[in-house]
Design a protein around this ligand. Structure first.
Ligand SMILES: [Zn+2]
Length: 415
């Protein structure tokens, strides 16, 4: 009768000893490069559930199966200031993007698509990718790809000019925007096409985006300017023959109607895949009806933590077929919290520190609370697998296949 608890205690001591050894090994060196050698992630998983924190050494079979999974995070915001240690304008810690990318690789993420939202961000993304490719051209590491486009909430600052309120009311807080001239708009698009061509040659630019519509944040950009930017960029996608990286918030019906107008031209430019538009509607959180309409155009649906918050969200994910799902994080946003419906399905959690308490040394053992990273893509896969009653491996394999179908090879760094 006493055997079971005894085995439990013994196992705990062995596990704890191994964990401690790993932590000590990991903390004995400080460089980011040593983080790669940090044998902790592939063999050990720290599993916590709600308030109960149990540290477990994975069985050989589990760790072998988990370590074989190769993830693609199809939606990250690597340029976000949080990876430079800046949160809401306040500097909290040193930049740690290098550590984030190393952790991603350690956890099986070998490819990331990093999104851009303005022409300036597109240039910065391409520069970041070139720098990463140069710095790490010989080692094991994650390969980053980029997109070129204007986010719907940024369309006003790119495609329009602010003008004085016509009401003359000084208390008026909303800005009035008027579209830039046709010539100015053409120039902006032609500059982005230049970037696309440059990025297509190197294989680093894989889609137009993120672009689309966002009716949840009209205070940044009114509907008419969003739609103008959307149409301009659909024309840009047709010209450059690239797949679409679409953003949609509370705007699914308009997104569908406008896409329908361009469908034939898009399909023809992309190679005519049986009437299917190659593209993703990322961070999906609308109804199954909207998802079904968008999938009828051939589009894939991107799922991250923001798509897994409520029981209704989970019901929708359950109904989206596996051959239409793509895993992403939208990091540093969209973490899966204990209060979210998806949380119950997590198998992997990462210990965290608040951003004020975090530093590069602690980064070896901790993520920042509520800041997601590409390594969290495993959690998205786990929730989808839980909801659909499938193996995590099958969800990951399907998502990877779908990513290739939409974005092409995405050649990884060969080790
Ligand atoms: Zn988005």
């Amino acid at each position: 009768m006493l055997l079971r608890p005894l085995i439990g205690i013994l196992t705990y001591i062995i596990m704890h000893h191994r964990l401690t050894t790993q932590l000590l090994l990991a903390s004995s060196s400080s460089s980011a490069a040593s983080f790669f050698a940090y044998a902790f992630a592939p063999t050990l998983s720290i599993i916590s559930s709600g308030r109960r924190l149990s540290i477990m050494y994975s069985s050989t079979t589990t760790s072998a199966a988990t370590s074989k999974l190769q993830y693609i995070d199809a939606g990250a915001n690597l340029l976000d200031s949080m990876y430079q240690g800046v949160y809401h304008g306040k500097e909290r810690h040193e930049p740690d993007l290098d550590i984030i990318l190393a952790r991603a690789y350690e956890n099986g993420v070998d490819r990331i698509i990093s999104m851009a939202g303005t022409p300036k961000e597109c240039e910065e993304t391409l520069r970041l990718i070139e720098r990463l490719d140069k710095e790490h051209n010989s080692g094991e590491r994650v390969k980053v790809f980029g997109t070129v486009g204007v986010h719907p909430t940024r369309c006003a600052e790119v495609f329009a000019e602010s003008c004085p309120s016509s009401s003359g009311d000084e208390d008026e807080e909303t800005t009035n925007w008027k579209p830039k001239t046709e010539a100015e708009q053409t120039l902006i698009i032609s500059q982005m096409i230049k970037l696309i061509n440059q990025g297509k040659t190197s294989g680093n630019v894989v889609a137009v985006g993120e672009f689309g519509l966002d009716y949840a944040r009209l205070h940044f950009c009114p509907k008419d300017i969003q739609q103008l930017g959307f149409r301009k960029q659909l024309e840009m996608a047709i010209e450059t023959k690239l797949p679409l990286y679409l953003h949609n918030r509370d705007s699914g019906d308009d997104l569908y109607d406008i896409l329908l107008e361009y469908r034939d031209a898009l399909v023809a430019s992309q190679g005519g895949d049986e009437g299917n538009i190659r593209g993703i509607v990322h961070s999906f959180d609308e109804s199954i009806e909207v998802a079904t309409k968008l999938m009828s155009l051939g589009l894939h649906i991107g799922i991250n933590g923001c798509s897994l918050k409520t029981p209704e969200n989970l019901k929708i994910v359950e109904q989206i077929p596996l051959d239409k799902l793509i895993l992403e994080t939208d990091c540093p946003w969209c973490d899966i919290r204990p209060t979210h419906a998806g949380f119950q399905h997590l198998q992997t959690t990462f210990p965290t520190k608040k951003e004020k308490q975090y530093n590069r040394e602690l980064a070896k053992d901790f993520c920042v609370k509520n800041r997601t990273e590409p390594c969290h893509v495993a959690q998205v896969a786990e929730v989808i697998a839980g909801v659909k009653g499938l193996d995590v491996a099958d969800v990951v394999a399907a998502s990877n296949r779908n990513v290739h179908r939409v974005f092409g090879d995405l050649k990884k760094i060969e080790v």
